[in-house]
Design a protein around this ligand. Structure first.
Ligand SMILES: *Cc1c(COP(=O)(O)O)cnc(C)c1O
Length: 411
């Protein structure tokens, strides 16, 4: 791990000198926003550095409720439930709604936390090819038939997941009223609206139609779209007019919102169910009030005129960098997210290119297996509203120099 000495917006100081960040998920520059930091400082002074216990059993500060109300208002749903991280959100929510006898159908490029959560649930796990609607349709048709047989799993899978906790095991909260009573055979489709390492989007409108046709549920992780996509900056679900048609919309608070945490929004029934059944919520100390307050302040900034201005700045930076990298020969996805993966392929080449860029003063991570498949290594470049046009011009020049020095060429 690299240690930073100080930070000034996207400029960080290291022992070796100043570096300019081209990797952060703080897409709107809210992590250092005065209103967000002041929210954290006030809550810290009032409620202390640590929350002291889990919320369900020991009670909750009003700050966490303010955050959840802000998230529900923002997403135009009845309720929201905040978790201490996006990872904890997935790990809590998925095993709460599916278990043995159910089936999870997940996009191959889904984030590790979604995959881990699906495995942990004990449900039968099927993977569909990335954004491939035909493959998803085929698996959902299979699931429709298999549902009758209770998703019998093969021996190998059974023993692999045998040690994982089960939904029905003393969760410490209220019992699921329909546990035991409901027929198993639930099918949950899981995907992301914007994929974290590829920067492309899922065909959500078509996925919603498919899951509705097959009677499945849908969970969509909006980690990289919350605060950015859609006219109200609520995410891709809003942009496509799909609000109310996704059973489990999830988001994170540590990316465009600049704080930390994760959340699920939805009906009162869903949220009450999750807060009693999600093990990462029930059995984990609440995030600090300061973190919750920072996130609530960030939601307010995103919803304000300033939020619109920051997204406009992000978009114009994104168009500019996308255009210049495409001119230089890079094959990029359409600029539909702040993530621009520079495909390198070979793992060692990616590391060499990242090191050469670092020497030029730009920090870009070389993303390799197991984060992405073998042979698909890349530099994951992200754009922020905090970047100035000059920064992006300098980055383009540095990338050119790094290519020359390494003898590599754009793919
Ligand atoms: C980062 C990320 C998460 C995890 O969120 P954390 O708050 O960092 O734990 C979940 N899903 C996706 C798609 C992510 O990119």
């Amino acid at each position: 791990m690299r240690t930073f000495q100080a930070a000034d917006g996207p400029r960080f100081k290291t022992r070796a000198g100043a570096v300019f960040l081209m990797w952060s998920n703080d897409y709107l520059g809210l992590a250092r926003h005065p209103r967000v930091c002041a929210g954290a400082a006030d809550a810290d002074a009032t409620w202390g550095a640590g929350a002291g216990a889990a919320r369900l059993v020991c009670g909750t500060s009003p700050i966490h409720e303010v955050l959840e109300q802000a998230l529900a208002d923002f997403k135009r749903t009845d309720r929201a439930l905040a978790f201490s991280s996006g990872y904890a959100t997935a790990l809590g929510a998925i095993p709460a709604v599916v278990g043995p006898g159910d089936c999870v159908v997940i996009d191959r490029l889904s984030h590790a936390c979604l995959v881990d959560a699906a495995r942990l649930s004990g449900a039968r796990l099927r993977v569909f090819r990335h954004n491939d609607l035909d493959d998803l349709d085929r698996i959902l048709r299979w699931a429709g038939e298999e549902r009758e047989r209770g998703f019998r799993r093969d021996e190998r899978r059974d023993s692999a997941s045998a040690s994982g906790p089960r939904v029905g095991e003393g969760a410490g909260g209220a019992r699921n009223p329909d546990e035991g009573a409901r027929a198993r055979g639930r099918v949950l489709v899981v995907t992301e609206s914007v994929f974290s390492m590829d920067g492309d989007r899922a065909p959500l409108r078509e996925i919603v139609q498919l899951k509705e046709r097959h009677g499945a549920w849908l969970m969509v992780d909006e980690a990289h779209a919350t605060g950015i996509a859609g006219p109200g900056r609520r995410g891709v679900i809003e942009e496509l007019g799909l609000e109310g048609r996704v059973e489990i919309p999830m988001g994170t608070l540590g990316k465009a919102l600049g704080a930390a945490g994760g959340f699920v929004t939805g009906s009162t029934a869903l949220v009450e169910y999750l807060l009693n059944r999600s093990r990462t919520f029930v059995f984990s100390t609440a995030p600090p009030a300061a973190t919750a307050a920072a996130a609530a302040a960030a939601v307010a900034v995103v919803r304000s005129e300033e939020g619109a201005e920051r997204v406009a700045r992000l978009q114009s930076n994104l168009s500019m960098l996308h255009r210049s990298l495409a001119e230089d020969g890079w094959t990029l996805p359409a600029p539909v997210s702040p993530i621009l993966p520079l495909a390198v392929g070979d793992e060692n080449d990616a590391v060499r290119l990242a090191a050469a860029l670092n020497d030029e003063g730009f920090l870009v991570p070389a993303i390799r297996y197991p984060t992405v498949p073998r042979g698909k290594a890349r530099l994951r470049v992200t754009v922020s509203a905090d970047h100035g046009p000059d920064d992006l011009v300098a980055f383009r020049a540095a990338l050119g120099t790094a290519l020359t020095r390494t003898g590599l060429r754009p793919v």
